[in-house]
Ligand binder design. Structure first.
Ligand SMILES: C[S@@+](CC[C@H](N)C(=O)[O-])C[C@H]1O[C@@H](n2cnc3c(N)ncnc32)[C@H](O)[C@@H]1O
Length: 267
């Protein structure tokens, strides 16, 4: 069959970079990160799947790792875990003493890295039941608990369950901005961490620039100016490649929490 065994269809017109059963589009001039997609052979047919359609991606075992890590060389979980480890060592803090909230935990790749660093207690949260199911399916040993919640609208019982561990660290990797986690959800998670706790996150570099429209540039600068977040280290790095092979640059930041973020700081 033509096209390497592909049936006719829109996503099958340009067979490129075939790697197992995932194809990246080859005919895109420019495509925003939010619109990127791939074609996946699943259930007997090629299907177009948006990168940000995590519901579908997590439902196919191995697809998230294959797409973002094997094909697009995603480095974010490694980078943030390494930076956090270095800062803990600098302060002589034992990683096993940490109780970490992993915000936007997905299928557990970040949790896995945090366990490698030595994190003692680890709780994942994600808005998608498919993410929790994938984490339990792929990495059942990683999380002590994993809650499916919308951090922008926590029920009182959910808030109480998340307040109980008295977290001493927050990790949030590759999950801020776009249609994912908004500033209000980040604030809710930040405020679940005890004062003096560790804050480690990654974010697209543009979302910390003057051109930002996500609200994160303002949130982070107001938090640092108001002394709520003390930045210990930050690093611009290549998060992953885009579908054209161009770098997508993010910033990883590790700091310590000094106080809660008040609601009016979100503006
Ligand atoms: C790109 S994935 C990152 C997963 C993981 N942190 C990693 O680096 O592999 C973004 C995750 O954020 C989750 N997410 C999006 N909005 C959310 C929200 N409001 N509350 C909690 N999780 C959310 C998505 O469901 C998805 O699992």
């Amino acid at each position: 069959m033509e096209n390497g065994g592909l049936p006719n269809g829109d996503v099958a017109s340009r067979p490129v970079r075939l790697h197992r059963d995932v194809r990246l589009p080859d005919d895109v001039e420019h495509i925003d990160q939010d619109a990127e997609y791939c074609s996946v052979f699943a259930d007997g047919a090629w299907q177009r799947i948006r990168f940000h359609d995590y519901r579908r991606i997590f439902s196919i075992p191995g697809l998230y790792e294959h797409l973002f890590h094997d094909l697009l060389d995603c480095r974010s979980p490694d980078v943030v875990a390494k930076l956090l480890k270095e800062e803990l060592q600098r302060d002589g803090v034992a990683a096993h003493s940490l109780r970490v909230l992993d915000l936007g935990a997905g299928n557990g790749l970040v949790g896995e890295q945090l366990r490698t660093v030595g994190a003692g207690e680890l709780v994942g949260v994600d808005i998608l039941p498919e993410a929790r199911a994938a984490a339990l399916r792929d990495r059942p040993e990683v999380y002590d608990a994993y809650h499916v919640v919308d951090m922008t609208a926590l029920a009182e019982t959910e808030r109480a369950a998340l307040a109980a561990p008295r977290f001493t660290a927050l990790a949030c990797v590759a999950a801020l901005g776009y249609g994912d986690i908004p500033p209000s959800a980040f604030r809710a998670a930040f405020n679940l961490v005890a004062e003096g706790g560790w804050i480690a996150f990654t974010i697209k570099d543009r979302f910390l620039s003057e051109a930002d429209t996500s609200g994160f540039a303002r949130l982070v600068s107001r938090c640092t100016e108001a002394g709520l977040l003390r930045v210990r280290t930050s690093q611009r790095y290549r998060h992953r490649l885009d579908v054209r092979g161009e770098p997508l640059n993010y910033v990883a930041l590790v700091g310590t929490k000094r106080a809660d973020i008040p609601e009016d700081l979100l503006g």
